[in-house]
Design a protein around this ligand. Structure first.
Ligand SMILES: NC(=O)c1ccc[n+]([C@@H]2O[C@H](COP(=O)([O-])OP(=O)(O)OC[C@H]3O[C@@H](n4cnc5c(N)ncnc54)[C@H](OP(=O)(O)O)[C@@H]3O)[C@@H](O)[C@H]2O)c1
Length: 222
């Protein structure tokens, strides 16, 4: 049976990815940081694990719990936007955004990559077009942009280390999505975003080079 792992699946795009993979009969392992969200994931037929991606012991624990798994798809979805203003960032804001969006990836991707390699699968991170250095035309959301650019860097390094073992690494822009983060005025629904991400993952050829994709499969420049 094909297996997907979604890290950060309590709501928004992550939860919708779980719903759609389950609907299509996949085995789904999913993480959330609250027990009630784990219970809701179990009710969808997923195998839940409690995980705050900023808790280093919990990250080590998830590596231990997933030992021996072969993951066809692993998606690191958990992320935060941080402050909505573009003023001087506080150290607290900086640490919260960089720890969740970058440090957690530096800890989790080396744990997940061998499990994805065992299935010659796809390892995806939810980045953002805002992290692109080459396609940037606005400085708004500078801290979030810096975090997603750094996340992309971590993913490219992951492909350099694990690509030759059959891990195909993808950074996604999920679209501007109607979630708590994207807001009600966003362009697309979580259903549309998750469907595009899943279809792109299903059709993407295996590669040892990291790639940066919009949810509809089109390439974004790093
Ligand atoms: N929505 C958009 O338009 C958009 C655009 C570009 C990129 N993205 C990216 O897409 C991803 C999902 O976004 P979304 O719109 O679905 O956001 P969302 O509705 O705000 O959901 C964020 C998810 O991340 C989880 N999370 C945050 N901090 C965590 C932590 N320390 N440990 C574990 N989980 C944590 C949240 O869990 P809790 O419920 O426990 O807080 C929640 O499941 C994010 O990485 C985001 O940056 C979104």
């Amino acid at each position: 049976m094909t297996t997907a792992l979604v890290i950060g699946a309590s709501r928004g795009i992550g939860l919708e990815l779980v719903r759609q993979y389950r609907r299509d009969g996949w085995r789904v392992i999913a993480t959330a940081r609250k027990q009630e969200d784990c219970d809701a994931l179990a009710a969808l037929g997923a195998e839940p694990h409690k995980l705050d991606v900023n808790n280093v012991e919990a990250v080590a624990g998830i590596g231990w719990k997933l030992d021996g798994e072969e993951l066809d798809v692993a998606i690191l979805n958990a992320g935060v936007y941080g402050p909505r203003h573009d003023g001087f960032p506080t150290e607290i804001d900086f640490n919260a955004v960089m720890h969740t969006n970058v440090l957690a990836a530096m800890r989790l991707l080396p744990v997940l990559a061998p499990l994805v390699g065992a299935a010659k699968g796809k390892l995806a991170v939810l980045s953002s077009r805002m992290g692109s250095l080459s396609e940037r035309s606005s400085p708004a959301g500078s801290l979030y942009r810096a975090s997603k650019a750094a996340l992309n860097s971590v993913l490219i390094d992951t492909a350099l280390v694990h690509g030759k073992q059959g891990v195909t690494c993808v950074a996604f822009h999920p679209g501007w999505v109607k979630t708590d983060m994207g807001g009600a005025d966003a362009d697309i629904t979580p259903e549309q975003s998750a469907a595009g991400i899943r279809s792109t993952l299903a059709t993407l050829p295996g590669s040892d080079q990291a790639t940066y994709r919009n949810y509809d499969g089109t390439t974004i420049g790093w």
